[in-house]
Design a protein around this ligand. Sequence first.
Ligand code: FE
Length: 243
Amino acid sequence: MKTTTLYDGRHRWIAFGRDPDKPEKIIDTNQYLIVDGKRALLMDPGGIEIFSAMLASVLRFTDIDAITDLFASHQDPDIISSLGLWDQALPHARLHAPWLWEGFLRHFGLNHIEYVAIPDEGSTLSLETAQIQFIPAHYLHASGNFHVYDPAARILMSGDVGAALEPEGAPMFVEDFEEHIPKMKMFHQRWMPSNKAKQDWIRRVRALDIDMLAPQHGRIFRGDDVKRFLDWFEALEVGTAVG
Ligand code: FE
């Protein structure tokens, strides 16, 4: 699995993705890890299919005992169907996930990990020095949904917002925004159901200081491309399906 360091300050952000051994016909996903001393937060750790590759990759950056916290932006299988396996690997960790999905997510098997329900208005998590914010992103696309903002790294992990459908092995960063638009358009129009929720999110996110917008599929936006994405998404009508 390919790994990319996004931030290397007092703590570290690492992106995982583009797994060449991933079975065909499952959507490619990006997983993210914050390593902060003896604490680590693993975000949207992925599906059962990639669990063993993810575990091996994550252990290149941190000890297993340091993985104290997991995060699931929402309930989808590509986000967190690996939960029952992490539950066996990390008996003392906590899962931060939307309160709305607790009764559903427990179907993946949760016997050891503690479920920390994020309330609708969001919440915060203190690691060793990093102060992490869970930002509401409801209906983008799941009805209970959060993103992760790190004010020190100025990174917003934006779940399915900013996602793109890419051919195998695509680069990790957007290089040409205009050229990237066709890969994102249908994804947002079809999977995002609410223009009102989208505008609420745009307003909330414009108030944050963001150097990188890091989605769960496709490529990461840097610098001016973050604003280009927000402008493009604001103008896009979502909740449309043909037929
Ligand atoms: Fe999803």
